[in-house]
Design a protein around this ligand. Sequence first.
Ligand SMILES: *Cc1c(COP(=O)(O)O)cnc(C)c1O
Length: 376
Amino acid sequence: MVPFNRPFLTGKEFRYIAEAHAKGQLAGNGSFTKQCQDWLEQRTGCRQSLLTHSCTGALEMAAILADIRPGDEVIMPSYSFVSTANAFVLRGGIPVFVDIRPDTLNLDETRIEAAITPRTRAIVPVHYGGVACEMDAIMAIAESHRLPVIEDAAHGIMASYQGRPLGAIGHLGTLSFHETKNIMSGQGGALLINDPTLTERAEIIREKGTDRSRFFRGQVDKYSWVDIGSSYLPGELTAAFLWAQMEQADAITARRLALWECYHAAFDHLERTGRARRPIIPAGCGHNAHLYYLLLRDRDDRTAFIAAMKEAGVRCVFHYVPLHTAPYGRQVGRAHGELPVTCNLADRLVRLPLWLGLEEHQQRAIDTLLHIIGRT
Ligand SMILES: *Cc1c(COP(=O)(O)O)cnc(C)c1O
């Protein structure tokens, strides 16, 4: 059986966890947390990075920092994970779902402006599959309406737009280190803060609304409750594990890109004969091979394909159910128009296995797939 995902270990994770234990500070914000944050700041050029227990947590912090209040509208794609919307709904915000581009499946920047109302408070692009949204256009729209941009860069570690790392372009960016992502610690995430006016409050929100970070730096002589906040800091064992992965980030990305390219070359013929569409990477997008997908003819085709692949021992999956069609999304959100591209592509997309170690199974997965699609 070729699983859809198998979390990769570099081999140093458990040594670093033992080191973290030996240092005697396990609750978080220890030396591994700082090492990971320094690495993120160096690699992305963000003003400040804060590790969190998840990208979900980082998005929740971003919603607090953007000061989202009941009735405020937040523009985002419907084609995303629930956390993109939930973070703002938790603050009383209303997700306003805008359609995606047919090439990248990212928020369609040409449809944002028409969705902006006097209640709009933020724009949240999602870099699907580590392929960048059209950030120059999005930042220009945001600037002209004085709106903050929060990049959901859950897929985006080590990927770039016009040479700029994803997550470091908007006012805030969020990363995920969930086990299904390129660099992982089981659960994990980070908030990247690019707007310098938000750094101090971000630390406070992560420390349960206290100025504990300032206290430990000796900037105040006791720490107190100064704002809202929650427990968004990961434990030090998580950071130690994550550091082992960050050290290998270049090698991990290179191996993923090789797997991605192997699929891409193998399916060229499928695309030219109109049987499937492959991912499209626009010029200027340095992607990170977070995922590989194909777009099949329709939903029935996809259902049959996933079942046939499973039968042949290769696990493929689909995602996302568009948020504006989900039971809770319909209650709390609003779609800007019919979102025809979202609805069409969400029915047709299938993800193929892509994980380090797949190398020895990939040819079998490809042969199986070509055989199955070839007979339809
Ligand atoms: C994985 C993912 C998240 C949530 O990440 P967690 O670290 O699991 O909380 C948010 N947004 C998108 C687009 C994701 O794919």
